[in-house]
Design a binder for this molecule. Sequence first.
Ligand SMILES: Cc1ncc(COP(=O)(O)OP(=O)(O)O)c(N)n1
Ligand SMILES: Cc1nc(C(=O)O)sc1CCOP(=O)(O)O
Ligand SMILES: [Mg+2]
Length: 507
Amino acid sequence: MSHIVWSIAGSDSGGGAGIQADLKATQSFNVHCCTVITALTAQNSLGVEALNPVSTTVIESQLTALSQDMPATVIKIGMLANVQQIQLIAEHLTHYKATWVTPPIVVYDPVAIATSGDALTEEDTVDALKTHLLPLVDVITPNTHETQLLTGVYLIGPEAVKEAAARLREFGAKSVIIKGGHWDYPKGYCIDYGVEADTEYWLGNEKIQTPHSHGTGCSLSSVMASCIAKGYPFKDAFILGKAYINAGLKAAIRYGEGVGPVAHTGFPVTLNDYPQVVEAGSWLADELEFTLPEEFNFAAGFASIDDLIGLYAVVDSANWVEKCLAMGVDTVQLRIKDSEQANLEAEIQTAIALGQKYGAKVFINDYWQLAIKHGAYGIHLGQEDIDKANLAAIQEAGLRLGISTHGFYEMLRAHNYRPSYLAFGAIYPTTTKDMTGQIQGLEKLTHFVPLMEPVYPTVAIGGIDLSRAQEVAATGVSSIAVVRAITEAQDPQQAVLELKQAMTQHD
Ligand SMILES: Cc1ncc(COP(=O)(O)OP(=O)(O)O)c(N)n1
Ligand SMILES: Cc1nc(C(=O)O)sc1CCOP(=O)(O)O
Ligand SMILES: [Mg+2]
């Protein structure tokens, strides 16, 4: 499917920021970018020599041409040079949001000051931005200077960052990401804060030491716009923007005498370039003075899996565990979702004993206490389960731990625990479980696997059947987990044989 992003921004004659950066960044994500140019800045690597705002008539003609034929999934807004431009853009966005069949998602990266320190907007624009533009913005991505300029909150620590984000939401922005690139707190780190609906999160990574950072804000928001256009959640889009910028800063070089532009190095493929999800208990969280939950049982580094996970059946009874093991399935998970089931403990105990009898890997889903009590091979937990389970007890008991992930944020969060395997789902739509809004597709799986497979065995789950097993295995994922492809097969034994064959027959 083709995706269109519009970039409403200024041209940077130096080629490092503005429209020029936006085109390079969107291209890296195979997204088509249309442009509405708001100013023809005269810049080089040493600074901004002139702003040259474009007239509202010329801006309007660009908007009209595009809206007639190439409506955008996402509109990314950068530099708006004056109050008239802000009002014009706000009027048009209001109209698009009210009349387009699919209202555009608006990403706003406030552009007030260039890397060189020069102003990029007239002085009286702040009130107009708050009154006219922010109520139309779905996600705003200011840096610390821009946050202070828009909110008046001086960012002296995490609480102030949260307060500033709350103000931006009061002005109407639905989601807020405050970038910590200029913050240097803790020293040498770059900490970002995000808040959307009722969730908030912090990301962090070591600061990349380079003077050549021109165009980072424009590029990051353009990556976000591209990923959002492709259906990524905001959090994941931001993570990809961060990883893209980190990789680009490492590769950045000088072109003039001053500050060089961030490099554009394609989809980020190096785990080291991705930020950490900052969670209570980590060193970064301690530095940020996060309060620890009452029962804090963080643990990282779980027992490894002895051999290949192979074909992984997820079933709901000890009876099915036995059938699968007898049919030669490599790994089996007992997944009973009714915690009131009368024979729950007996089923778990039997499944674990069967694993021992067959010398096979049997994982228990959810019931980590019973899994420890009866000596299971491993436990499988979802993202919500991680908060409640005693991870330290699981680790001490030597049980393997598998964690479910649905997207980049959850993948990086799970990585904090260094589990025994990572599962990616749901790859395709499934009727076994409600995975609405969490279907990853093969394209994302092809990004997840090379990032994580060098660190852990990886598992793909969700909607996988014989017709799809080969293309899934071709991503390099070490294991395929299925429910219906075995339990609803006319001939389960034949299904097991064919699934195993398909897993080895890919290129
Ligand atoms: C191999 C594998 N991957 C993912 C899941 C899903 O686990 P979870 O997110 O805990 O959801 P429930 O299975 O408990 O509904 C899984 N079970 N196995
Ligand atoms: C149990 C489960 N977890 C998923 C996840 O994505 O976390 S998808 C899923 C259901 C998989 O069933 P089937 O093979 O029948 O599609
Ligand atoms: Mg679970």
